[in-house]
Design a binder for this molecule. Structure first.
Ligand SMILES: NC(=O)c1ccc[n+]([C@@H]2O[C@H](COP(=O)([O-])OP(=O)(O)OC[C@H]3O[C@@H](n4cnc5c(N)ncnc54)[C@H](OP(=O)(O)O)[C@@H]3O)[C@@H](O)[C@H]2O)c1
Length: 372
């Protein structure tokens, strides 16, 4: 384990004056040029790392627990510590030396401010349930963390779908990092890929199959099961939203579409701006009838720039079984970016589970540890 000495004049150096960083011998060091452009290089001078960054988790459900398990598995290389957890009904837990996977919860903190103050964390990780119509209370949680100089990671697409531009500016003003890789593709690289690997690109639009739950439900209906049985299957897999009607009615896909548009197209929209129709009216009989014609129903997100703004749409589309959008099975999801310099380029995740969402959070965390 090594601690890196900051290089004068680099972003890494400026940020590290106040924050600890986690790097392993094999971790490349982020080196920032004077113009602010990030480059990845080899570590400069090895120094011993003390004890890693302190993390406060807001929400400890499927994703939070999967993330805690992942950290446990990677502890020897990446000694991050979960020092506080806050939930809605289970209460709050604190331990500066690090909480176990199954912590003993005490009474809930009276407010998010009280929780964050008591946590003494450096990074707040927002993993509460989605509210697609407001993005709250997650947005308030994130702002409370910024106000305390904490970096923030979230898997909750609500804040990105509703308030991304404002949150990005607030994070910049507070001098903290704000990351959200898991919000749209369960941990497969999207935002980090565009930022780090598609420099100078202009994204004209995108097409995506972004909601795993409706895929699982539609495939169950194709096998002759009811929609309710399909929902239960998705819930058993831990991928359905806390309120599964958000998946069925296309709200989750609309929130992801708005989030992607806000980040990739600077659209400044909310899920309400997405022309949305879910899968609620489909019957197993109709899905099976289409299957006999080698057709599949898929909930597809589409975005494109127009002269007057950005057009966003979520629809259950009838596609040929061989269409790339229809050919991925199970929870698999896909995003195609339509760009000026790279044509259409994309990212795909084969059968992601909640562990992959947790990985997206972990990847964000390592990125923050490397760059601050
Ligand atoms: N599951 C996935 O595969 C997946 C994939 C990508 C993104 N996401 C996103 O990740 C987030 C978490 O998903 P999940 O599946 O882990 O949800 P979940 O299992 O329903 O857990 C939600 C957690 O948030 C807590 N919570 C809810 N409201 C809260 C509040 N006001 N204050 C404090 N804690 C609160 C709940 O507390 P209690 O435990 O006390 O109820 C619970 O611990 C969601 O925004 C979801 O959209 C999930």
């Amino acid at each position: 384990m090594i601690r890196m000495e900051p290089r004068r004049g680099s972003l890494c150096a400026r940020r590290r004056e106040t924050r600890s960083a986690i790097l392993t011998e094999h971790t490349p060091l982020c080196i920032a040029a004077e113009d602010g452009l990030l480059a990845v290089g080899e570590p400069a001078e090895p120094v011993t790392l003390a004890d890693g960054m302190r993390l406060a988790l807001i929400g400890y459900g499927n994703v939070g627990r999967a993330f805690a398990r992942l950290l446990e598995a990677k502890r020897s290389q990446y000694p991050f510590r979960i020092v506080a957890i806050h939930t809605l009904r289970h209460g709050s837990a604190y331990a500066l030396r690090g909480l176990p996977l199954e912590p003993e919860f005490g009474p809930p903190a009276a407010s998010i401010d009280e929780f964050l103050d008591r946590s003494q964390a450096e990074v707040a990780i927002e993993l509460t349930s989605l509210n697609p119509s407001t993005g709250e209370p997650a947005t308030t949680h994130i702002r409370a963390a910024f106000a305390r100089g904490m970096h923030v990671i979230t898997a909750n697409k609500g804040p990105i779908a509703h308030s991304y531009a404002a949150l990005r500016e607030e994070a910049a003003r507070a001098g903290v990092a704000f990351r959200f890789e898991s919000t749209c593709m369960d941990g497969a690289p999207v935002f980090n890929m565009v930022r780090d690997h598609l420099p100078g690109i202009v994204i004209h639009g995108f097409t995506g199959v972004l909601n795993s739950t409706t895929k699982v439900i539609l495939e169950a209906m194709r096998r002759g099961l009811t929609m309710e049985e399909g929902i239960r299957e998705a819930q058993r897999m831990g991928i359905a939203e806390t309120d599964a009607s958000y998946d069925i009615d296309g709200w989750d896909a609309a929130a992801k579409t708005a989030a992607l548009a806000n980040v990739l197209l600077d659209a400044r929209v909310t899920p309400l701006d997405v022309d949305r129709r879910g899968i609620g009216r489909l019957t197993p009989e109709r899905v099976q009838e289409l299957a006999r014609k080698r057709k599949a129903v898929v909930l597809v997100s589409r975005a494109r720039r127009t002269k007057t703004g950005v057009k966003l749409r979520v629809r259950a589309e009838v596609l040929d079984e061989t269409d790339i959008l229809a050919s991925l099975k199970g929870t698999s999801n896909l995003l195609l970016l339509h760009t000026d310099l790279m044509g259409t380029v994309g990212t795909v995740s084969m059968e992601p589970r909640v562990e992959q969402t947790a990985y997206g959070v972990f990847a964000d965390l390592i990125d923050i540890a490397r760059t601050v």
